[in-house]
Design a protein around this ligand. Structure first.
Ligand code: GLV
Ligand code: MN
Ligand code: MN
Length: 416
């Protein structure tokens, strides 16, 4: 298989301009983005991406989960396409690059092929997966999970946001529920470019992370029920304080993760307090414990210890608890051949690189179950992500997209 020549590069200015143009849709309050899944802003971002794809001569299809597939034909009608992409949805206080770089990096691959007049044997399909973030509708990576057969489509449609709105209804409302059955596409390979979302590459001054593994995750959503009562007149021994329960569980989950250093992590990022009044002891709290580890045994051990801890804490405070697992994936090992294509591309282009484990979840983690998959990481400033201040340089974005281009094009096979 002929590798593309090392002189072939994407257009850094065009990629950057597209990233900045997309970031104008659903601006955040502090320079980032709030383009949460299935909001009007998500719909607007999709329209812009579709216009760009069509301008590049791609045919855009949409499946029943709203995932967008933009296809550039190959020269051989009988071979499987190479897929590339990520997500355009953001956190409520998200950055401009998480996910977006992988989608627009994929589009830049196509635009560069067009500039250079290169045909490939295999078609190339740029993909925007619906609801990667999982912030509005848990779990994360919902559409890629349905695609990979991990979740039922009807179960996904029934997922509700904090206001009780259903995923399926919101998908229809924004006009992006397509006709195509989910998960029937077969892929030669899937490649996802993403910012690292951690500090390793920047600290070590390395251009490219060759992602060999993804760490596993569990999301345990806990509901504590105590009793609403007056903060001033309820004697301390008579309180059934669901807020105190949440505080103790927050501490406990942190301690459990600390017991499995250096690799495990754990935190509670989602917290709701009811009725959330200054002078009412919280009668109910709902929150999600997010635990992660690259080792399945560790993840399972943390899960068990946290469940035992919750039982003890609630017993002592005389409050009830329910635990619902609202997200889960086991640690992932990416495909050797695809990983090699990424490493070889970085090497050929003269970029410094190292192997790396993804701390975040990605659509690639699910797609890896149904297609050979790999990821490319580029650094981000201070390792910061899921924050409006998330930032990368144009050079970092370009290096990542160059490596993506080479890995994808080598896999899709240039037609001489
Ligand atoms: C997805 O963004 C996750 O890692 O939570
Ligand atoms: Mn992401
Ligand atoms: Mn994210």
């Amino acid at each position: 298989m002929a590798a593309p020549g090392e002189n072939l590069r994407i257009n850094p200015d065009r990629l950057w301009d597209s990233l900045m143009e997309m970031a104008k849709i659903g601006p955040g309050v502090a320079g980032g983005n709030n383009r949460q899944t299935l909001t009007d802003e998500d719909g607007e971002g999709r329209h812009l991406f579709k216009r760009w794809c069509e301008a590049a001569g791609l045919e855009v299809a949409v499946d029943r989960m709203g995932t967008m597939f933009a296809r550039r034909e190959g020269t051989d009608p009988d071979v499987l396409p190479v897929y590339v992409g990520s997500h355009l949805d953001t956190q409520p206080t998200g950055g401009k690059f998480d996910g977006v770089l992988g989608v627009l990096g994929g589009l830049e691959v196509i635009r560069t092929l067009d500039d250079l007049g290169i045909r490939t044997k295999h078609p190339i399909v740029v993909t925007n997966w619906t609801n990667e973030e999982g912030t509005r509708f848990a779990p994360a990576m919902l559409a890629s999970g349905v695609f990979a057969g991990v979740h039922e489509q009807d179960w996904a449609y029934d997922r509700k946001d904090a206001k009780g709105k259903r995923f399926g209804d919101e998908l229809e409302r924004i006009g992006w529920k397509g006709d195509e059955p989910v998960g029937e596409r077969r892929m030669k390979a899937f490649f996802e470019l993403h910012i690292e979302q951690g500090p390793i590459l920047e600290d070590e001054g390395i251009d490219i992370g060759v992602v060999t593994h993804g760490q596993g995750l569990k999301w345990l959503q806990v509901t504590l029920t105590g009793k609403e009562s007056h903060t001033g007149s309820t004697p301390m021994p008579k309180r059934r304080n669901a807020g105190l329960g949440m505080a103790r569980i927050t501490e406990m989950a942190h301690e459990v993760a600390m017991d499995y250093q250096p690799d495990a992590v754990g935190a509670i990022g989602h917290m709701e307090v009811y009725p959330n009044s200054r002078n009412i002891i919280a009668g109910r709290t709902v929150f999600t414990i997010d635990i992660r580890s690259p080792e399945k045994e560790v993840l399972d051990a943390m899960d068990q210890r946290i469940r035992e801890g919750i039982e003890l804490i609630c017993e002592a405070l005389d409050i009830k608890y329910e635990i619902e697992q609202v997200g889960h994936f086991d640690p992932v090992t990416f495909d050797e051949t695809c990983v090699k294509a990424v490493r070889d591309a970085a090497e050929r282009l003269g970029y410094t690189h190292r192997n790396i484990v993804s701390g975040a979840g990605h659509d690639a983690c699910w797609i890896n179950r149904v297609a050979p998959t790999a990821m490319v990481f580029c650094p981000c400033v201070d390792g910061l992500s899921h924050n409006e201040a998330e930032d990368i340089s144009k050079e970092w974005a370009a290096a990542g997209a160059d490596v993506l281009f080479h890995a994808v094009v080598e896999t899709a096979e240039i037609v001489p």
